[in-house]
Structure formats: structure tokens, C-alpha cells
Design a protein around this ligand. Structure first.
Ligand SMILES: Cc1cc2nc3c(=O)[nH]c(=O)nc-3n(C[C@H](O)[C@H](O)[C@H](O)COP(=O)(O)OP(=O)(O)OC[C@H]3O[C@@H](n4cnc5c(N)ncnc54)[C@H](O)[C@@H]3O)c2cc1C
Length: 315
């Protein structure tokens, strides 16, 4: 049996931020992740200045590709609304791996399946034992399913379906574009250039809304790639998109039950207006670390439920 005071399931931004904070306070942390890092994570990789600040990173100190945008090109029903701001794009393939290594936590490759509670302790797959258990395993997180799902089921209205692709591309336009509600999509499409010649394009929308209209996210993909071609943003590319779903923030979210916690997508923390999940994942991870270290109360109201306001005020 491998013992650790704290076990975190999942080494994405939520898990690694939590692990990093705990390790900084000298706590014993083991991160279990089913993937070998660096691993693919579907994500546009847009991050806010607050994410960097909270993680004590500067763009200069970050050793991988990072692009800064001083303007975002919003389009609402086709109407252009450029917004001056300061935002960044990173590649999750690089960012998550670096964050996990920086956390200095022990990491084991393991897919968590079975969790038992024995008194004050948790036993995972009869192989790992801990006193505090943190679920940071994304939408399908096993800690959520074992300890939270019954009292706090996922709300179908909060589910977002996405399709995207990140690929090497000699883009000519290094701006970031966001098209809301085009072609009837109940959400938005994005074009996000990355450093080192990568580009991320994708679409995301409310699953239930699409279902009500007799559609799936796939129905919106072709019109979107046609648009990219027409605008000369992506030409001659053979798209190989992938899909993923996650959940937006729900008012009633509880992320602690005794010594079990859920953070990031496991808790459904993404902002309700733009589905921004990295910031809330990091913030919830840091808060849970503080709750374990100091018995601090969790202050979910400090985790922003909206992105647009922060974008407008980030310069
Ligand atoms: C297409 C798309 C685009 C997005 N774009 C943005 C964006 O631009 N900006 C933004 O802020 N947010 C964006 N998001 C949301 C953001 O990606 C997520 O909110 C964020 O990744 C949540 O981080 P996390 O650490 O909670 O989960 P994850 O990053 O999903 O990490 C979970 C980890 O848990 C591991 N795991 C899962 N199950 C198990 C198990 N049973 N045992 C062991 N390990 C397990 C996985 O391997 C994974 O490494 C996007 C999401 C999608 C789908």
C-alpha cells in the first residue's frame, strides 16, 4: 500500500495548482493521473493575467510558448466589437506538464476506479491510502462520482459540448477572434493563435439548447470551417477535430464533504458566459489547498462566475 497524507486525482491545472500550494507548505502530496504527461487536453488555452498572477508566473519566466493579445475581436451575431485587454494563449500540452513538474509533488500514472472510505482514511484501488482526497479528474472525476454525485447531480442545462483542433499552421493573422451565436450556435466559435506556430480553432455551445433544436455540435462544425476558409484564416487544412463536454458553474456547487474535495471541471467551475475553466480550476485548487493547510473556509464567491467583466478590466 502506498501512503500519502493527501492524494489528488488528476494532474490538470486544478490538481497541479493544488499540489503546488500544498507542497509549498511542506505537505505530503501524491498526484494520480491516468495519462502520461505531456498529454493532449482539448482546450483553446486562453488564460487571463489573473491565472499567471495566482500561480506566481510571469510571461517572461514561463519557459514554453505564450502569446499575448492586447485586443480581442468579439463578434455578436456578426457585429464586430473589438475589446482592448491583456490576455494570453498557451498550449495545454506544454503548460499542464510544466505545472505538474513545478508542483514538485509525487506523480504516479494510475487510473482511479474504486475508492473506499475506512474511518478517517480513503483507500484507492486497494493500492493507495490517504487522509485527504482531492478530485481534480475533470468531468468524469471518480471522487465526484463516489462522494458528490448523488447529492449534487450534474445539471444538463449546464453542459457544454465542444469540438476543436490544435495544429501547426503558418497563420498570417495573429489576432484572437471570438464569434458568438453565428449560424444559430448557442455558444461561440474561436480562432486562437499560439506561440511556436500553432493554432487552435473550435466551437462550443449549450448541449441542451442544441438538442432542443434537433442538432448536435457536429452540425455547426462545417459552417465554421467554411467561414475560416472564406476569411482566409485557415486555408487548405484537412480538419481532424475532436469533441469533449464539460459543465458550467452552478450556483449551488459544494466542493467539500468531510476530507474529500472536488476542484476544477470535477466541480463544474467554468464561467457561465464563456466557459473559461482554467482560471476557476486554478483558483479552486488553491482554495482547497488553503483549506487543508489552515482549515480556511472555502470562498467560492471569490471564484468569478463571469469572464467578460474581467476581460474588459484587464489592461
Ligand atoms: C474545447 C475546449 C476548449 C476550452 N478552452 C478553454 C480556454 O481557452 N480557456 C479556459 O480557461 N478554459 C477552456 N476550456 C475549459 C478548460 O479546458 C477546463 O475547464 C480545464 O482544463 C479544467 O481543468 P481541470 O484540471 O479541472 O481538468 P483537466 O484539465 O481535464 O485535468 C483532469 C486530469 O484528470 C485525469 N483523470 C481523469 N480521470 C482520471 C482517473 N479516473 N484517474 C486518474 N486520472 C484521471 C486526466 O487524465 C487529466 O489529466 C476549454 C474546454 C474545452 C473542452
Amino acid at each position: 500500500m502506498i501512503e500519502s497524507e493527501i492524494i489528488i486525482v488528476g494532474g490538470g491545472p486544478a490538481g497541479s495548482a493544488c499540489a503546488w500550494q500544498l507542497k509549498q507548505h511542506g505537505r505530503e502530496v501524491l498526484v494520480l493521473d491516468k495519462a502520461v504527461f505531456p498529454r493532449l487536453k482539448l482546450c483553446a488555452g486562453w488564460i487571463t493575467p489573473e491565472v499567471l498572477t495566482r500561480l506566481q508566473i510571469t510571461p517572461e519566466s514561463y519557459p514554453h510558448s505564450i502569446l499575448m493579445f492586447t485586443k480581442l475581436h468579439f463578434y455578436f451575431y456578426g457585429r464586430h466589437l473589438p475589446v482592448r485587454t491583456r490576455q494570453y494563449s498557451i498550449r495545454r500540452f506544454e503548460f499542464d506538464d510544466w505545472m505538474l513538474q513545478r508542483s514538485a509533488a509525487n506523480v504516479e500514472r494510475h487510473r482511479v476506479k474504486d475508492i473506499k472510505q475506512q474511518g478517517e482514511e480513503f483507500i484507492i484501488d486497494d493500492r493507495f491510502r490517504c487522509r485527504y482526497l482531492v478530485g481534480a479528474g475533470g468531468t468524469g472525476d471518480p471522487v465526484y462520482h463516489r462522494f458528490f454525485r448523488e447529492k449534487q447531480p450534474r445539471i444538463p442545462e449546464k453542459q457544454i459540448s465542444t469540438i476543436e483542433e490544435e495544429f501547426e499552421y503558418e497563420y498570417k493573422d495573429a489576432n484572437c477572434y471570438l464569434w458568438f451565436f453565428e449560424n444559430g450556435l448557442p455558444g461561440y466559435a474561436w480562432y486562437v493563435p499560439k506561440g511556436n506556430g500553432y493554432l487552435n480553432v473550435g466551437i462550443g455551445g449549450k448541449s441542451m439548447e442544441m438538442k432542443r433544436r434537433g442538432k448536435t455540435i457536429r452540425d455547426y462544425w462545417q459552417p465554421f470551417t467554411d467561414k475560416l476558409e472564406k476569411l482566409n484564416l485557415v486555408t487548405g487544412h484537412n480538419f481532424e477535430s475532436k469533441g469533449f463536454t464539460y459543465y458550467l458553474r452552478n450556483k449551488m456547487t459544494k466542493i467539500r464533504s468531510g476530507n474529500t474535495f472536488i476542484i476544477g471541471d470535477a466541480a463544474g467551475m467554468a464561467t457561465v458566459d464563456m466557459g473559461e475553466g482554467i482560471g476557476p480550476a486554478v483558483e479552486s485548487g488553491l482554495q482547497v489547498a488553503q483549506a487543508i493547510i489552515n482549515e480556511n473556509p472555502l470562498r467560492l464567491e471569490r471564484i468569478s462566475r463571469f469572464s467578460v467583466r474581467n476581460i474588459i478590466f484587464s489592461r
